[in-house]
Ligand binder design. Structure first.
Ligand code: KIV
Ligand code: ZN
Length: 385
């Protein structure tokens, strides 16, 4: 089994979700839970963003002992100085330096030539060595960068001392085959690449961030960057819980494992949702309210007979108490009888039949029938039958 390291960026790229602004105490609370969850690295912020951001990283760095704490920096000496100010007391620190490499960014954003980009990237990594032993370099918009030039930049920063090379799909433009191939090609083209970690960083603009992260692993990445609940800039980042469960559930395919404590996932998801104010949709994979709920009678009957008919992951695996059989118009007699027993009613077949007719009638008037509604159906006429 290959080991895949999880680099969590909930507190940096996740906080870039419009409307999210975490206080220092909130960052600390999430950071301590991320440490419990077992992430390898956590990016806590972008030190140059504000004095408060430096303080937040410093406070997290004081408390987190088993996880590497990361600060993002542009390829500028001033940013790297601020990351050092934020991280100098961390037990394990990493600076994450980035510079855009794609033609679109070079021409319109940076107005720099290829030579200038290589020069600035190398200078930044060289400068960061003054403070940090662990330096990660990201080629921003790597996915839309010419492969020859991407190889050139990566070769130069590896030579300068970067220990982790991150290849972001900054705008979520890739398909899995394309993104996986970038990793394969770099491994063939860049001398010394076997001595550094390769990392994926995917955005979800086309809904493929998790699929692309998994393709990167197949292409040779050993680190995946992601966020809890998939929050992040625009459509968000690859969802940590989805990557972890895909690797665990399909280990036969990926032959890879992470250090994530899967049963901490539900708690982490709820904490991040509460503190960021980012609501988790009901149908969200792994952590949505409906991820382990069964509504149709056919599914409920199947699950009651043998759970694996309609569940590929046990809710307990990710820290939820149990699955849910939701009572509604699609529910069948089997689930209804089971529900009556759960509520303490062991009824004769005739009584169940009568109650079931009333239940179906109620379902046509009400979307979800609660336990109290079901108890209310059981009047003396049924109970004394
Ligand atoms: O999406 C991106 O390219 C980023 C980099 C700063 C790593 O978040
Ligand atoms: Zn990003």
């Amino acid at each position: 089994m290959r080991k895949i390291e999880i680099f969590d960026t909930t507190l940096r790229d996740g906080e870039q979700s419009p409307g999210v602004n975490l206080t220092i105490d909130e960052k600390i609370e999430i950071a301590l839970q991320l440490e419990r969850l077992g992430v390898t690295r956590m990016e806590v912020g972008f030190a140059a963003a504000s004095p408060g951001e430096i303080r937040a990283i410093q406070e997290v760095a004081k408390r987190v002992k088993n996880t590497t704490v990361v600060s993002l920096s542009r390829s500028l000496e001033g940013d790297i100085d601020k990351s050092w100010e934020a991280l100098k007391n961390a037990e394990n620190a990493c600076v994450h330096v980035f510079l855009a490499t794609s033609p679109i960014h070079r021409q319109h954003k940076l107005q720099m030539t290829k030579e200038q980009v290589v020069e600035q990237a190398v200078a930044a990594v060289t400068y960061a060595k003054k403070y940090f032993s662990e330096i990660q370099f990201s080629c921003e918009d790597a996915a839309r960068t010419e492969i020859d030039f991407l190889s050139e930049v990566v070769a130069a920063v590896v030579k300068a001392g970067a220990k982790v090379i991150n290849l972001p799909d900054t705008v979520g433009y890739m398909t899995p085959v394309e993104y996986g191939n970038i990793f394969r090609q770099l491994r063939e083209r860049v001398p010394g690449i076997e001595n550094v970690k390769l990392s994926s960083h995917c955005h979800d603009d086309l809904g493929m961030a998790v699929a692309n992260s998994l393709a990167a692993i197949e292409g040779g990445a050993t680190q995946v960057e992601c966020t809890v609940n998939g929050i992040g800039e625009r459509a968000g980042n690859a969802a940590l819980e989805e990557v972890a469960l895909a690797l665990d559930t399909r280990k036969g395919i990926y032959q890879a494992k992470t250090d994530i404590k899967l049963d901490e996932i539900a708690r982490t998801s709820k904490l991040v949702s509460r503190l960021t104010g980012m609501f988790v949709p009901g149908n969200k994979a792994i952590v949505g309210a409906n991820a382990f709920a069964h509504e149709s009678g056919i599914h409920q009957d199947g699950v009651l007979k043998e759970i694996t008919t309609y569940e590929i992951i046990r809710p307990e695996t990710v820290g939820f108490k149990s699955n849910k059989l939701v009572m509604g118009k699609h529910s069948g007699r089997h689930a209804f009888k089971d529900k009556l027993e759960e509520l303490g009613y062991r009824l004769e077949r005739e009584q169940v039949n009568e109650a079931f007719v009333r239940f179906k009638d109620l379902c046509d008037r009400k979307k979800e029938v609660t336990d109290d509604d079901i108890v209310a159906l059981l009047d003396s006429k049924i109970l004394e039958m």
